[in-house]
Design a binder for this molecule. Structure first.
Ligand SMILES: O=C(O)c1cc(=O)[nH]c(=O)n1[C@@H]1O[C@H](COP(=O)(O)O)[C@@H](O)[C@H]1O
Length: 356
């Protein structure tokens, strides 16, 4: 006969993902290797563009990431496109990653009505789940609170989530910086409301929480217009955009100024494009892991040279993300596009070179 868990056991489970991820980041650094079997990469690596090719690609990426990165993130649509065979391949590579002891994130970007979205806890979080993962990515378009039941299921099973807040693509900016017209976050940006709702799940957790955010590294200085201060968020922050999409060390320093060990930078194509040789993939992983670690260490000590920033932090509300939405004018000209143009790095369009 099984006995019901005590309140202490429940508390421990609800902070388990954050604890395991922060331990892994302390050991291996703040890099997550993105496993995205793009068609072009499969072809370049000499694999068929099918579920078997995606599975072999993923196994190689796993071997390169093992012991060199804190986590791996699987891009669900790039398996899903092969239907049942793709799902079976993803189940197997997730199993392999678990056997290696790696922290696994499935990038499925699910979202929906509270009553229906909860069903996916059976797929990812519960004991015996076919796609058992340590965390998944979520979209909050139905309202961040619509995710509450699913988040509870994740936490009660020692798992976590990453909720899209400020995505790395430029098209997201006008929606995410829109000013809310009603409710608790009236007058604040959409992204701010999402981050604040996410943060509520982390309050009271010692160390890093288990409810994370997605904040693209590409957004650069535009972070200030959103009202979000990543330094005040106590869950993990998954940050895509470094490398292939154009973000550099300077962007990590700008966006994550003052953060302390909770930023997990996810990189896919900049590593995979060095394959298929595992030694080359491993070398690329190590080099990028070093760059990212260095940038985030510098971000930690980032000097507060910006007075407006300092006053925004001072007036931060208890949601632990500073809420200066007054400055959220939604002007879409800073960040990605300015930088891409200024130094010729890839911005939105060239980021699609290896898309799909
Ligand atoms: O959900 C994501 O992980 C995600 C959010 C976001 O805002 N931007 C973003 O690029 N991603 C994902 O992060 C990965 C980035 O891959 P690379 O640009 O190749 O490093 C891809 O799997 C994207 O789908």
């Amino acid at each position: 006969m099984t006995t019901a868990p005590t309140s202490e056991e429940i508390r421990a489970l609800r902070s388990d993902f954050g604890l395991r991820l922060s331990n892994s980041m302390a050991k291996y650094g703040p890099l997550c290797v993105g496993i995205d079997p793009h068609r072009k990469l499969l072809t370049d690596w000499g694999y068929n563009v099918d579920a078997d090719g995606a599975e072999m690609f993923a196994m190689r990426m796993l071997q390169a990431a093992n012991g060199r990165a804190a986590a791996v993130k699987f891009q669900m649509p790039m398996f899903e496109r092969y239907g049942a065979k793709g799902f079976a391949a993803l189940e197997r590579v997730l199993y392999a990653a678990r056997q290696m002891g790696m922290i696994t994130i499935v990038d499925c970007l699910h979202g929906g009505l509270s009553t229906t979205i909860s069903a996916i806890a059976d797929a990812y979080f519960k004991p015996g789940a076919p796609l058992l993962a340590d965390a998944i990515t979520l979209l909050p378009y139905y309202g961040a609170r619509s995710l509450a039941n699913l988040i509870d299921d994740a936490l009660d099973n020692g798992r976590g989530v990453f909720i899209a807040s400020l995505t790395s693509n430029e098209e997201g900016r006008s929606l995410q910086s829109a000013i809310r017209q009603r409710g608790e976050y009236n007058g604040k940006t959409v992204a701010f409301g999402i981050a604040s709702t996410a943060q509520k799940h982390n309050v009271g957790i010692e160390g890093m929480g288990s409810v994370g955010l997605i904040v693209g590294a590409t957004i650069g200085k535009w972070i200030k217009e959103t009202g979000i201060d990543p330094a005040k968020f106590t869950g993990p922050i998954l940050s895509p955009g470094f490398g292939w999409q154009g973000a550099e060390a300077e962007d990590l320093k700008t966006v994550f100024k003052g953060t302390r060990g909770n930023v997990l930078v996810t990189v896919s194509r900049s590593i995979a494009s060095q394959g298929p040789d595992i030694a080359d993939l491993a070398a690329a992983t190590e080099a990028i892991a070093l760059d990212v670690r260095q940038a985030l260490m510098e971000a930690m000590d980032g000097d507060d040279d910006d007075e407006a920033d300092a006053s925004a932090s001072a007036s931060a509300d208890s949601a632990a993300v500073s809420g200066s939405s007054d400055s959220a004018s939604g002007s879409g000209s800073s960040g990605l596009s300015d930088k891409g143009a200024a130094d010729g790095r890839s911005s939105g369009s060239s980021a699609d070179d290896l898309a799909d």
